[in-house]
Design a binder for this molecule. Structure first.
Ligand code: FAD
Length: 637
């Protein structure tokens, strides 16, 4: 398998410029004859589709949602990073690069991360030009706040609704192209397979979620921007419909999967309240700018928080990590909360919660300022829990939030299948073993607005792919596979709901491949998951037909894919016999309980290749070469 990342030569600072100087161009007249399919219209997909259409390509953008505005990106709360250094507190492109590489525990590619930091400022300029209403200071300049893993304030935000405002900007850009007739938007269409012709991506097969019609779509290049796969855990902060089907189908057609086990567990989520739940709610990391995390010093302290005096409280992050305090990265904060709860010092029902307390900030800044900053988050918390966080500390606990793993891509964001590009959370590119807060929006928009418009052109200009017609045998074969799979799901006729399988899978994954992992637990999961999959295909009950709106059928297909992906994640977690970032193998920890990397054996990207339906996947590695930074033990003390 060719894992050449095609990183341009020369110093880190000029690699992207070098790429752009050397890339092939496509003339405006030629662009009008080239088709590009963009699957996904979240921040990554909408920005890519709009930018490609603006360049003149014939773009079709597809989404299973009923509107691009419904993509999971709309849920993003806290902000987007950029190295503008407006607060004059010492930020720079290099510092953002450094924080991101270190935050990812030295398991990401230097060249990609540096480019991300370089492009970060352009994103803010682009979005401001679109009219995105970022928060401003009294004098009119854009406001910044801090996020975990940084000692500077570089996070731009629009209250607690940054994703929504950015998505409205990208959506306007998208709709403008629709209005100009350059872009065709197909909503409620789900990609169910990738079509590979002569070794290159040439199209997809979709199902119309309203009529059930199966259709073939051909193009000169295919772009996947289909989001992350955190819902493999059943309970996560992701939108309920987020799923892995597009990237999983592409994997089965030959696109390599990188670091599938790298999952981010976010420390500040509303704790699970019972078996009835189908999703979890995030309380943005921005709250840790002013909220202080604490637990009682005494195990099983029964007193309500307002009756526990300062002397009996343990502000654990401030104690353990004095330089960063409550703004340590997510993996570090999550682990500290887990350890305290495992020691019996957790709060709330079941003891799986820690306090996030705003009393000191309210005292210092006043309730009005706090409500201006976090009003919608406070309201959301109060609606869900019935408690007012301006009076009683929030109760929070870690939950699955983001997947750093994804389809492997080279520097041009192209997968191992020529002509197949992967953007946003769907790829593995920039975050290593732990993503810093406010960096996903930055990456998705850097990919969509700035990188893909160049690199797709470079591919089309140099490979000069001939258009494949949908009458090719490969399209017919892929369509037949999709029809058979849909029919097979409807044929099972078992007794158990798809939801019940998803819930059981999620429990296995949370227990064995969640916040902490062991070789023994992962081996057990590798027995349990295939058994659950076999039971699913024998006893799942999928009602309704295939010629109508059928959400059970949609979910069944997605859960069937999760049941395969989960196994790959556990294989990857078992093979990576070290701890790094969010991948915490209990066997490898420091005396203080922090992750202990093994750079000699694992300073690489683990890349998995599908080897056929009945063979185990093959593991390859892309070595990580560090020139600008020296991997050291990650310390936030
Ligand atoms: C609650 C929450 C808050 C967050 N807050 C922040 C934050 O403050 N800052 C930050 O940087 N990050 C944040 N994140 C992470 C960030 O929101 C996501 O990583 C990012 O929005 C993903 O964007 P995307 O475009 O890659 O995918 P998505 O927004 O998930 O979009 C995926 C698109 O693909 C389509 N799609 C998927 N599969 C198919 C298919 N098979 N066929 C057709 N269409 C398909 C969907 O319809 C959708 O349009 C947050 C995440 C959560 C869960």
């Amino acid at each position: 398998m060719n894992l050449d990342a095609r990183i341009p030569p020369g110093p880190l600072e000029s690699k992207w410029e070098t790429y752009q100087q050397r890339m092939k161009l496509v003339s405006p007249a030629a662009r009008r004859k080239l088709d590009v399919l963009v699957v996904g219209s979240g921040l990554a997909g909408a920005s890519a589709a709009a930018s490609l259409a603006e360049l003149g390509y014939r773009v079709t953008c597809l989404s299973f949602h009923d509107s691009p505005r419904r993509a999971h990106s709309i849920a993003a709360q806290g902000g987007i990073n950029a190295a503008k250094n407006y607060p004059n507190d010492g930020d720079s492109v290099f510092r953002l690069f450094l924080d991101t590489i270190k935050g990812g525990d030295y398991r990401s590619r230097e060249a990609n991360v540096y480019r991300l930091a370089q492009l970060s400022s352009n994103i803010i300029d682009q979005c401001v030009a679109q009219g995105v209403p970022f928060a401003r200071e009294y004098g009119g300049s854009l406001a910044n706040r801090s996020f975990g893993g940084a000692q500077v304030s570089r996070t731009f935000y629009a209250r607690g609704q940054t994703g929504q405002q950015l998505l409205l900007g990208a959506y306007q850009a998208l709709q403008r192209q629709v209005g100009l007739g350059r872009l065709r938007m197909l909503t409620r269409h789900e990609m169910l397979d990738l079509v590979v012709v002569d070794g290159a991506a040439r199209g997809i097969i979709t199902r119309d979620l309203v009529t059930g019609a199966i259709a073939r779509h051909a193009a000169h290049a295919v772009v996947l921007a289909t989001g992350g796969y955190g819902n493999v855990f059943h309970l996560s902060t992701n939108a309920k419909s987020s799923n892995a089907t597009a990237i999983w189908r592409a994997w089965r057609r030959g696109a390599a999967f990188a670091n599938p086990c790298f999952t981010q567990i976010h420390p500040t989520c509303i704790p699970v309240s019972g078996a009835h739940q189908s999703k979890l709610t995030l309380m943005s990391e921005s709250l840790r700018n002013d909220g202080r995390v604490w637990v009682p010093r005494m195990k099983g302290d029964p007193r309500p928080p307002d009756q526990i005096p300062e002397a009996d409280r343990d502000y654990l992050l401030e104690r353990l990590y004095p330089s960063y305090g409550n703004l340590v990265p997510r993996d570090v904060a999550s682990r500290a909360a887990k350890v305290a709860c495992d020691q019996g010092r957790g709060v709330g029902p079941g003891g799986y919660g820690v306090y996030l307390d705003f009393a000191e900030a309210i005292e210092r800044l006043g309730a009005r300022v706090m409500t201006d900053r976090y009003g919608n988050l406070f309201e959301m918390y109060q609606r869900i829990t019935g408690a007012d966080p301006t009076r009683v500390p929030m109760r929070i606990y870690p939950a699955v939030h983001y997947t750093m793993g994804g389809l492997w891509v080279d520097y041009a964001l192209m997968s191992t299948i020529p002509g197949l590009f992967v953007l946003g959370e769907a790829n593995f590119s920039d975050h290593g073993a732990n993503r810093l807060g406010a960096s996903a929006l930055m990456q998705g928009l850097a990919d969509g607005y700035f990188i893909i418009p160049q690199t797709v052109g470079d591919y089309l200009g140099s490979a000069k792919p001939a258009g494949a017609g949908v009458e090719r045998a490969e399209f017919a074969a892929a369509e037949a596979d999709v029809r058979e799979r849909v029919a097979r799901l409807l044929r099972i006729g078992g007794r158990q709901t798809v939801e019940s399988f998803h819930r059981r899978l999620g429990q296995v994954m949370w227990d064995r491949c969640g916040m902490s992992r062991t070789a023994a637990g992962l081996r057990e999961a590798l027995q349990q998951i295939p058994a659950l999959r076999e039971e699913f295909w024998r006893d799942a009950r999928v009602l309704g037909g295939d010629g109508e709106i059928n959400q059970q059928l949609e979910r069944a297909g997605r859960v069937a894919d999760f049941l395969e992906l989960a196994e790959l994640m556990c294989r990857d977690a078992l093979a990576r016999d070290e701890s790094c970032g969010g991948h915490f193998r209990e066997e490898h920890q420091t005396a203080e309980g922090d992750a202990r990397r093994d750079d000699a054996r694992f300073s690489h990207v683990a890349v998995w290749e599908h080897a056929g339906p009945d063979a185990p996947p093959r593991r390859h590695v892309e070595p990580l070469v560090f020139q600008a930074v020296t991997p050291t033990r990650r310390s936030y003390t």
